[in-house]
Design a protein around this ligand. Structure first.
Ligand SMILES: [Zn+2]
Length: 232
């Protein structure tokens, strides 16, 4: 990695950290107001990338663009309904990320589901994909699968990176991605933890049998005050 690239990464991290701390201080008041149901519309910026595999001399996206666009539309409806947050998609739709051509390692197309073991250059690859508008948007990578297989995963705070598995239905049960998985991962990035005791809650894990996409008043308020929501 060149010196400039390294320096730029350090600057990005520093800026994100400073903004995050300032945000947290301001958000204490905002959290209180939100709990009192004062919730004017906020915005959340998100960008999707569909990874592609190099198969038989061609780059084949792991999922259809129209399918993923539909996920984003439906995810936007859920997050608007629950939290009065408007999902803004840069460029009006997910763009292609021709992973293999860009030198995506196999571990980016089929990443480890336990992100603490993220290796093989996947994190490096994801981190290089930035939409132009902002350092603070959420980035979602549509991947082929995870090892071991899960429906979605998200990276720790500051990165704003999540990955969602392509659509897959096995024996009538969805083991792949979808709008609920997308919003669930957004929830994690916004600081929400699992709530497996309530099946209808968005933050119930897939493994625990999530049946709905509801959020509690507290979850709504945490999500609304996370660093990924803004007034403008
Ligand atoms: Zn989860």
């Amino acid at each position: 990695m060149g010196f400039l690239k390294k320096a730029w990464k350090t600057v990005k991290k520093a800026v994100r950290t400073v903004v995050w701390v300032m945000n947290r201080i301001g958000s204490i008041f905002e959290l209180a107001l939100s709990l009192l149901r004062f919730r004017p519309e906020k915005k959340m910026r998100i960008h999707g990338w569909i990874l592609a595999e190099h198969l038989h001399g061609k780059f084949v996206p792991v999922e259809d663009e129209d399918v993923v666009k539909e996920w984003f539309v439906k995810a936007g409806e859920i997050i608007k309904r629950e939290a009065t947050v408007k999902l803004l998609n840069d460029g009006g739709g997910p763009r292609w990320a021709w992973g293999a051509r860009e030198g995506a390692p196999a571990s980016a197309i089929t990443p480890p589901s336990d992100t603490s073991f993220l290796n093989g250059g996947a994190e490096e690859f994801y981190d290089d994909y930035h939409p132009n508008y902002s350092l603070f948007g959420i980035r979602v990578f549509i991947v082929k699968d995870f090892v071991p297989s899960v429906r979605g995963s998200s990276w720790p705070v500051f990165t704003g990176i999540a990955a969602v598995r392509k659509t897959q239905v096995t024996s009538g049960i969805s083991v792949g991605g979808g709008p609920d998985v997308l919003v669930h991962e957004i929830g994690h990035l916004c600081g929400l933890f699992h709530r497996n005791g309530t099946k209808s809650n968005l933050m119930c894990s897939s493994e625990a049998g999530r049946t709905g996409t509801n959020l509690t008043q507290w979850q709504v308020s945490v999500l609304r005050t996370s660093e990924y929501t803004s007034w403008l």
